[in-house]
Ligand binder design. Structure first.
Ligand code: SAH
Length: 251
């Protein structure tokens, strides 16, 4: 941890591991992991942490974020140095908010040393791999309707499109809600020009990385899965050689 912090201090850090490659893990996140007694998180994220003596790995299934956050607080209160891991950035549709939700119902833990360490979120790694499609104003939207009604999601996408914002869609498609992304594409087809550029960025910064850019009229729901972040250009977004970019000046 930091040079000023004694090794015996108990703390909880919520850390972003970045989109996949080790090179995109920040030095402060690596230092927290090196100093931790416990790592908590969703199974595939915990799998990215190298086991070592003195470190306990607590991997859990998805959708138990609040339990996980409560567990982290209890372990730290009992003397642990706990890192809760998220992919990308922990504040983007991930564990940082879950930890604060848990804290709201267990305020006795507010005195713990709690820190959020940022990471490189998927849309920024994807944008960099494509060029600069988010180079002007943009919105970042979670297409999962687990925690919000579809009508609210649809309204946000419609208003963003009307405002000519570029957009990044997280959690675009899953087996449990196969139709959502198709319905979102229908909204875009009403609000945006058919030549609007859409980049499907899958498994960014991993060996399976795949980027595909199509025009809105050619976009199909099957082009996305849960390892894909979808970048929708604004009306000025264009191709330049193998790159996609959005100029800094609005049309
Ligand atoms: N906290 C994470 C997002 C968690 S939500 C972050 O900041 O990146 C999970 C969604 O993130 C996935 O459904 C996908 O849309 C996106 N995602 C995460 N890692 C990705 C990667 N390496 N490549 C493309 N999309 C990714």
């Amino acid at each position: 941890m930091t040079a000023t912090k004694p090794q015996s201090a108990r703390w909880v850090v919520v850390a972003g591991l970045g989109p996949g490659s080790d090179g995109m893990v920040t030095p402060e996140v690596s230092a927290a992991i090196a100093d931790a007694t416990d790592i908590i998180g969703y199974i595939p994220y915990v799998a990215r942490i190298a086991p070592r003596a003195g470190l306990t790995l607590h991997a859990s299934d998805n959708r138990v974020e609040l339990d996980r956050a409560g567990h982290a607080l209890e372990l730290a209160a009992a003397g642990g140095r706990v890192v809760v891991v998220s992919s990308g950035d922990p504040g983007v549709f991930a564990m940082a908010s879950a930890l604060f939700e848990a804290l709201e119902s267990a305020p006795q833990y507010l005195d713990l040393d709690i820190r959020i360490l940022p990471g490189i979120t998927a849309m920024l790694a994807a944008a960099a791999a494509a060029g600069a499609p988010l180079g002007h104003d943009f919105a970042c939207i979670n297409l999962s309707d687990n925690l919000k009604p579809f009508d609210l999601l649809a309204r946000r996408v419609r208003l963003c499109a009307q405002a000519d914002l570029a957009m990044a869609f997280y959690n675009p498609r899953s087996a449990s809600r196969p139709d959502t992304f198709g319905r979102i594409l229908e909204i875009l087809r009403v609000e945006c020009a058919p030549h609007t550029l859409i980049t499907f960025a899958r498994a960014v910064s991993t060996p399976e990385q795949r980027l595909e850019t199509v025009t809105l009229d050619m976009a199909r729901p099957e082009m996305a899965d849960m390892r894909t972040v979808v970048l929708v250009g604004n009306s000025a977004t264009r191709k330049l050689g193998r790159f996609i970019y959005t100029p800094r000046k609005a049309l």
